[in-house]
Write a protein that binds this ligand. Structure first.
Ligand code: NAD
Length: 285
């Protein structure tokens, strides 16, 4: 039986430090503040907004929601982001995506200044992740994976890691972060010819494809550490990961479940980034 990596346990372990840091900032007259920008009424975005708001407020972070109509023009959205860039009381900005199809996603992302880019969506933040230059923030889910591995005491240097999924949201940045920590990384994607053999060679698997049970018995070897990032909603309305939980539980050393694994940690990383962004505006703290 694998060690089941419970996101809640990791969140609980982080809460104390984050609350202390918020309290210290408040003593110095700075309330860490997150602005959440949503365009339209996509239910998934509204649900993520509610979860992020609750988690941040529990830690003493103020949250401002800016909800724009679905029909907003690109200029209207960019004006809101420019205003947030210049608002001294706002330390972090979360852009809820996807935006409505008529809006230019990259133009919106790259209007946000990277100092407030607490979810690592701007080209400048991603440049930081890919080059090691200290600017912006890594995407929260990618950082959650690294923090989970650290929490579990999993060494990364010299380890063979396979990342399944190569998006800029999770797969590519987490691959770069593993590389920066000394892992030997294989990045797999939809055109990878023999995914099972790539996965079987890995000591660490991060599955972030959004394909239910993609990582099944044929991909597994004894003793692997497996983080399941994928989330798909089954016909029964339940959430499923990319990993066949039963098969992995039988052979892996450690395994994160869906739900209750990486996703649970992600919003706490968002809060951590907002606090860090606030601290960076007060260099003497
Ligand atoms: P995406 O669709 O942008 O990218 C998916 C990637 O997976 C692509 O690189 C694609 O080539 C690869 N892929 C898809 N099917 C594959 C297959 N059968 N074999 C090999 N590779 C395959 O998705 P995304 O935004 O990167 O999200 C990936 C998954 O992670 C989704 O399920 C999403 O819901 C989930 N997610 C979870 C969190 C969290 O906090 N837990 C955060 C972000 C995304």
């Amino acid at each position: 039986m694998a060690r089941i990596i419970a996101g809640k346990e990791i969140v609980t372990s982080m809460n104390g430090t984050l609350k202390q840091e918020t309290a210290l900032l408040k003593e110095k007259g700075c309330t860490p503040t997150l602005a959440i920008v949503r365009v339209g009424d996509q239910p998934e975005s509204a649900a993520y907004q509610a979860g992020a708001t609750k988690r941040c407020e529990k830690l003493g972070i103020a949250v401002q929601a800016l909800i724009l109509p679905q029909s907003s023009s690109l200029n209207e959205v960019l004006e809101v982001i420019e205003a947030l860039n210049h608002a001294p009381s706002v330390h972090g900005v979360l852009l809820l995506r996807p935006f409505p199809a008529h809006l230019d996603d990259r133009a919106i992302r790259d209007t946000l200044c990277c100092e407030k880019d607490v979810d690592g969506v701007t080209s400048l933040s991603l440049y930081g992740v890919f080059t090691g230059v200290a600017q912006g923030f890594p995407p929260c889910t990618a950082q959650a994976c690294i923090d989970i591995l650290d929490y579990c005491g999993i060494p990364l240097r010299g380890k063979r890691a396979v990342v399944v999924g190569a998006s800029l949201v999770i797969g590519r940045p987490v691959a770069m972060m593993l590389l920066a920590r000394g892992a030997t990384v294989t990045l797999c994607h939809i055109d990878t010819v023999d995914l099972p053999s790539e996965c079987r060679r890995a000591e660490i698997i991060i599955a972030a494809a959004g394909a239910r049970s993609l990582i099944n018995e044929s991909c597994l070897s004894p003793g692997q550490v497996i983080l399941d990032v994928g989330v798909t909603v089954g016909a029964d309305g339940r959430l499923y990961g990319d990993v066949d939980f039963e098969a992995a539980n039988a052979v892996a050393a450690a395994l994160s479940p869906v739900p209750g694994g990486v996703g649970t940690v992600t919003t706490t990383i968002l809060a951590k980034h907002v606090i860090e962004a606030a601290k960076r505006t007060m260099p003497l703290i």
